[in-house]
Design a protein around this ligand. Structure first.
Ligand code: HEC
Ligand code: HEC
Length: 303
């Protein structure tokens, strides 16, 4: 069905639509013609259906005014289908398509709001964040395009980061936030069960990760876990667990957890891995809007 609007299906729809209209016309025309009583008021034909012994069904022609009205609707239908793409996807006379209408609407919006965004795009993000009007626009854009994932207050939910706090996976500098929105981010953390020598190794590493964020942990397990951590995890999460914003590796030393901080959640992260994806919005929203959005997001943790 990839080429639904082309080739076979297009012709199929065209034939069905036109065929339906012709059929309706023939049906009505037939009734008007052949069963009209002979001039001079001959016998009215019956359908030979009889009910209750003497109730016969007559076969009178349809009233002429009704038939004319019906033809008028057929003509209207054909004209309409030629103006708008009703015969398959052939947009006949007006050249109207949904896509074109959408694009025209977008062009009108761009002409109206474009200059406002361009004006902000020329300023540094910190400066845009100081303009209350820009922040209101940013908040509205966020509600439309980002709130589905990050929550209406940008507070996040498991798997979708909180953007209000000071903890950043990919960096909290204005330009880093802008890049996250513009180009998207793909985090890759494979599962480490095998590399850690199975579930016992995962448990030891979990104990060490607990201790990194200042939580209680079995000292023996944590020590064994540290040895594994220093081999397997250190390259991305750093020696002290501070993370690495270039890789999107979050800090394990704070108590902020993207995927939940319970032992079960963290064990799952370590053993099975996580692959969070922030979609790119640059092409869709344009750089200027992303600039204003970045300013709003940055302002949340930098009043
Ligand atoms: C190749 C780099 C890399 C290595 C090596 C790596 N990680 Fe990760 N880790 C990441 C990235 C990137 C994420 C973020 C995943 C996401 O956002 O979906 C992450 C996420 C996590 C999380 C989830 C944090 C949260 O906030 O929910 C935990 C826990 C974790 N890693 C622990 C470890 C441990 C323990 C090891 C070693 C066994 C390890 N990681 C090795 C890159 C790495
Ligand atoms: C389809 C869901 C989705 C949508 C829509 C979405 N995001 Fe994200 N975003 C994510 C996920 C998931 C991550 C975390 C990726 C990872 O694991 O590293 C993220 C990460 C981010 C980050 C980086 C956070 C950090 O700690 O470094 C920023 C900034 C961000 N999003 C802003 C936005 C803005 C602004 C919008 C609206 C234009 C938006 N996002 C729309 C899912 C989404």
């Amino acid at each position: 069905m990839g080429n639904f609007s082309e080739g076979f299906w297009n012709i199929f729809i065209f034939v069905c639509t036109l065929g339906g209209i012709v059929w309706l016309y023939l049906l009505t025309a037939n009734n008007m013609g052949s069963r009209r009583p002979a001039d001079g008021g001959g016998e009215v034909e019956t359908t030979r259906h009889v009910w209750d012994e003497d109730l016969t069904e007559l076969n009178n022609p349809l009233p002429r005014w009704w038939v004319m009205l019906f033809y008028a609707t057929l003509v209207f239908g054909v004209v309409y289908l030629m103006l708008y793409p009703g015969f398959g996807s052939n947009s006949m006379f007006l050249g109207w398509t949904q896509v074109k209408e959408y694009e025209e609407e977008m062009a009108r919006a761009e002409a109206r709001y474009g200059p406002i965004f361009e004006q902000y795009a020329a300023l540094p993000i910190e400066q845009v964040a100081a303009d209350p009007k820009a922040l209101r626009i940013g908040e509205r854009l966020f509600a439309s395009y980002c709130a589905v994932c990050h929550g209406s207050d940008a507070g996040g939910v498991p798997g979708f980061p909180n953007l209000r706090d000071d903890s950043w996976q990919w960096g909290g500098e204005p330009e880093q936030i802008r890049t996250s929105i513009l180009a998207g981010r793909t985090a890759v953390m494979p599962g480490w069960r095998d590399a850690l020598g199975g579930d016992a190794g995962v448990d030891d590493t979990l104990a060490y990760v607990r201790s990194l964020s200042g939580r209680s942990a079995d000292a023996g397990k944590a020590a064994a876990g540290k040895e594994r951590y220093d081999v397997v995890c250190v390259a991305c999460h750093g020696a002290d667990g501070a993370g690495n914003s270039a890789l999107g590796a979050p800090s394990l030393a704070d108590d902020v957890w993207l995927y939940g901080g319970s032992d079960a959640d963290v064990r799952h992260s370590i053993a099975e891995g996580r692959e969070g994806r922030m979609p790119a919005h640059g092409e869709f929203l344009g750089e200027a809007r992303v600039h204003v959005l970045a300013a709003w997001v940055w302002s949340l943790s930098n009043h």
